[in-house]
Design a protein around this ligand. Structure first.
Ligand SMILES: Nc1ncnc2c1ncn2[C@@H]1O[C@H](COP(=O)(O)OP(=O)(O)OP(=O)(O)O)[C@@H](O)[C@H]1O
Ligand SMILES: [Mg+2]
Length: 330
């Protein structure tokens, strides 16, 4: 297999490895999740890093085996450089550097958010620029104009919490396990989304988002109802809360699409796995692309996909490659 790319992703608590063909077709996509964090109600950075040390090599071995390739048939290594948890990232970066150096093959450093955008470039149903892209994940919520495969222009971002963080914190208030997004979506399926009128931060100008208000509104609603009644109305609270987050995302997305005029839209990031959001975007009546759910949440196929369009590090730069944490700009 000529041109096969090995992708490595360890920015948070999933140890991910994938093999992509030179044409961007997935040959394997392994995600080894660290269930240990559930009991803490969130990801513990030091524990995540230590588990990557144990899980990443087996994940890479599985990815190669499932692709039917040996390491000697890999021609490029792609790795998430940041943003994310620094200790977790360093495990992936160290592993990728070692493989590239030992095999004398090129290393490509990938920004995690560029990876979420590049989930849309995976073959065979790749979506080509230009398009407006909504990325909503655990740590980020942004709107971008994508004109080329290798970068994006930021149109707007969240002023406070990320949409995924709002899902996770709301889920916690409703007594649901971590990560909260899928659990909250499941609970909401049996509830009335019109039961409570939670805010969508329409007053935030331009293409920026804010999720602090909706979170506080849920907290107050639960407090005002009292424990027993809040428990009885849990599904309605979840459905109404989910509706507010989805509406806030879609409202900003529509604003950006109206201003942009290209009429093409794609989504990405873990929250893009949310059923109601996927339905709303599909119903916009535009040319749209919605990656499979397992390509929205963290995975290494999207990192290898991004690497198809990014420059390789020089051998010296590959050896010196460092990770950058959340909050740091490239
Ligand atoms: N079905 C769903 N509905 C809503 N939210 C979801 C769903 N599935 C996952 N999420 C949310 O997506 C987030 C995880 O997304 P992702 O794996 O991209 O995040 P991350 O890598 O931790 O953050 P970032 O990409 O910003 O670094 C979590 O907040 C999770 O609750
Ligand atoms: Mg992510």
């Amino acid at each position: 297999m000529s041109g096969a790319i090995l992708g490595v992703e360890t920015s948070c608590d999933d140890s991910c490895a994938a093999v992509l063909s030179a044409e961007g077709v997935i040959l394997s996509n392994v995600i080894s999740s660290q269930a240990i964090h559930d009991k803490y109600g969130g990801v513990v950075p030091e524990i995540a890093a230590r588990h990557h040390l144990e899980l990443l090599t087996p994940a890479i071995d599985s990815a190669l085996a499932q692709a039917g390739l040996g390491l000697e048939q890999i021609e490029r290594v792609a790795v998430t450089q940041g943003p994310g948890l620094i200790g977790a990232l360093l495990v992936g970066v160290g592993q990728a550097k070692a493989i590239a150096a030992a095999r004398a093959i090129p290393l490509v450093a990938v920004d995690h958010l560029q990876g979420h955008v590049a989930a849309n470039f995976i073959s065979p149903d790749s979506f080509e620029p230009p398009f407006v892209c909504l990325i909503a994940s655990g740590g980020h919520t942004l709107l971008a104009r994508v004109d080329e495969h290798s970068s994006y222009a930021l149109l707007g971002e969240t002023l406070d919490d990320a949409a995924g963080e709002a899902f996770d914190k709301g889920a916690r208030m409703l007594g649901l396990p971590f990560p909260g997004g899928p659990a909250l979506e499941a609970l909401a399926a049996g509830g009335d989304s019109e039961a409570f009128n939670f805010p969508t931060a329409r007053n935030v100008k331009g293409f920026d988002f804010s999720f602090a208000g909706v979170k506080t509104a849920l907290l107050y609603a639960i407090r005002d109802l009292g424990e027993e009644e809040a428990t009885r109305q849990r599904a309605d609270l979840a459905a109404s809360y989910q509706r507010a987050i989805v509406e806030a995302l879609v409202e900003r997305l529509e604003r950006a699409l109206d201003a942009d005029g290209c009429g093409r839209v794609a989504i990405g990031g873990g929250v893009a796995a949310n059923g109601p959001l996927r339905e709303r975007v599909a119903r916009l009546g535009l040319e749209s692309h919605i990656p499979a759910r397992n390509l929205c949440t963290d995975n290494a196929a999207m990192i290898a996909s991004a690497a198809r369009f990014l420059p390789e590090c020089s051998p010296a730069a590959a050896l010196a490659l460092d990770a950058y944490p959340s909050g740091a700009r490239r």
